[in-house]
Write a protein that binds this ligand. Structure first.
Ligand code: CLR
Length: 402
């Protein structure tokens, strides 16, 4: 049955691909996958997976008890996993290779709220590095004072028949009213089903959420295994830092559902069904209103040709973008300046990150991609102001050589 996953027309291209990944050098962007495994979605769009349930995203802001708040943050994180790691399978039939974003690419949108209870949630995603690829994002809900910011890159390797991916980066969830921060580390993953031509993501090891109020959540991931176990399984615990007492446990499958229990009594508090909880679609401006750097505008021709299976146009349109980018980098180099990121700034030290990471013995280096990318409120305010006064918020290039 699984063998049928490779479309008949593509069978000829899969064997050479399998051979080529055996000598994979770790650079996912350079991996040439057969056309049927290419998706027309850019990696900058993946940042949106963090908030496709805006009501769950803002829920912690309405909770007065810090312990329950920490639980709600953990719950929200777990509800994002299905979108992050298995939504392509559901929509496209398997995991696919996304478009590799160009430096400065933007993906902007909002989750509207007709009820007025949640308020508007805004997504800003920007490709802050091309070599190696790094995407940074901020998700803001003003009404509830919730801000998520983070960035991530991938380090990949090929072994034992699968591609293993370590995520480099982290996310920070901030609650304005309580002046509270949560540091979220990102899980490692590997791709299963490659030999059958039906790749899908499985998470491994564990990830952590540490709060400035001293709560620590650990999530352990496991997959199907050979004989027993179900795919996409996890178990999570929430504890107070330095204490052995388990306050809550959450067990289940992130792509299916899970149960929240009280630690001591094991009393069931809540069940969550990932399959029936609907997502809120992201609103994206029509292409003609978008900035030229916005993903769907910049990639429009490539995306259209991928969707119609027109390989030749895909190739020429991709090359156009790549050549343009090469020219830009060359010019910048000659003029001794660097591409100015529109919303993010690279810092060498982020005090919130350092404090929380140290308290939980997270190796800071693992979270860094040659510095830390932070959401730059000043830059953001400038963009908002320019939009308000009708001025074009053009991506400027500043002289960093001076
Ligand atoms: C990007 C950041 C998101 C979570 C996420 C989910 C799936 C990951 C993706 C990240 C990075 C790119 C990725 C993808 C799964 C497959 C894909 C690793 C981490 C690679 C490039 C595709 C390889 C080709 C196979 C399909 C053969 O928050």
């Amino acid at each position: 049955e699984e063998d049928g996953a490779v479309p008949a027309a593509a069978k000829g291209s899969w064997a050479p691909f399998l051979k080529s990944i055996a000598s994979f050098n770790g650079d996912l962007a350079s991996l040439t996958a057969p056309p049927f495994i290419l998706s027309s979605t850019s990696l900058t769009e993946y940042s949106g997976y963090w908030a496709e349930h805006p009501e769950i995203f803002v829920a912690p802001a309405q909770e007065k008890d810090p312990q329950k708040r920490a639980l709600l943050v953990l719950k929200w994180f777990l509800t994002t996993l299905k979108q992050q790691y298995s939504s392509r399978n559901e929509k496209l039939g398997s995991e696919k290779k996304p478009l590799n974003p160009f430096l400065g690419e933007l993906f902007l949108g909002k989750w509207k709220d007709p009820t007025g209870k949640i308020g508007e949630t805004q997504l800003i995603s920007e490709q802050v590095s091309h070599h190696p690829p790094v995407t940074a994002y901020a998700i803001l809900n003003e009404k509830h004072g919730v801000k998520l910011e983070g960035y991530n890159g991938q380090k990949a390797s090929f072994s034992r028949g699968t591609i293993s991916v370590r995520q480099v980066g982290h996310a920070k969830y901030h609650l304005k009213e309580f002046d509270e921060d949560y540091l979220i580390t990102l899980p490692s993953l590997h791709i299963e089903g490659i030999v059958y031509g039906a790749p899908y993501v499985e998470l491994n090891k564990s990830s952590t959420i540490i709060s400035s109020t001293g709560y620590v959540a650990q999530i352990d991931y496991s997959g199907k295994g050979w004989i027993t176990g179900k795919k996409n399984t996890f178990c999570a615990t929430l504890k107070k830092e330095g204490s052995k007492d388990i306050l809550y446990t959450i067990d289940g499958q992130w792509s299916d559902g899970f149960v929240i229990k009280e630690g001591k009594t094991k009393k069931e508090l809540e069940t969550y069904n990932a399959k029936t909880t609907e997502i809120t679609p992201l609103y994206i401006a029509p292409i003609e209103e978008q900035d030229p750097l916005e993903s769907r505008r910049a990639w429009a021709k490539v995306q259209e040709s991928i969707n119609t299976g027109d390989l030749e146009t895909t190739g020429t349109e991709k090359s156009k973008i790549e050549n343009e980018q090469r020219e830009l980098r060359k010019k910048e180099k000659e003029e001794g300046r660097e591409w100015e990121r529109r919303y993010f700034t690279r810092v060498m030290d982020d005090p919130v990150f350092t404090r929380l990471a140290e308290s939980c013995e997270i190796v800071a280096e693992e979270g860094k991609t040659d510095g830390i990318w932070v959401f730059d409120e000043k830059k953001f305010a400038q963009v908002v102001e320019k939009a308000r006064t009708g001025g074009e918020a053009k991506a400027e290039v500043v002289n960093t050589a001076a």
